[in-house]
Design a protein around this ligand. Sequence first.
Ligand code: ZN
Length: 146
Amino acid sequence: MEPTTPHESPRKQVTRGQIVARGLSNRCPNCGERTLFKPGQWFELNKTCPTCELPIERDEGFFLGSMSLNYGVTIGLFLVPILLWYLAGGISGMVVSMMAGLGAILFPILFYRASRSWWLMNYYFVVPHHLPVNQRELAEDEDANT
Ligand SMILES: [Zn+2]
């Protein structure tokens, strides 16, 4: 049996289920606090989580995925359904054009915060061991990216 030192206590690990729950509710994937965005701001991400210091703002390319996600959700959940409604004869061409134009602008704005949070959730869902709370001491022959 390996000796343990008194200051080593097992840290609570964050599971993939918790990462998804936190992502869907726009919370920090590491500590679970509502700290992704600056207080009172709709669009501005914090550079790091004020509670646990998890880096939130990333390289410029990181959140390109969240933009794609946002477009995909806008098309899949808004534009395609109203197009189908139009094709089924439920609404006129003028109304569907106005709804599509307005929705194509408003839907991505309303979904902006969720798309950022979902993208961060997606990242940590794939590599949950990259969360600071899930990290442990590496053995000498281990690489942090494995
Ligand atoms: Zn945090």
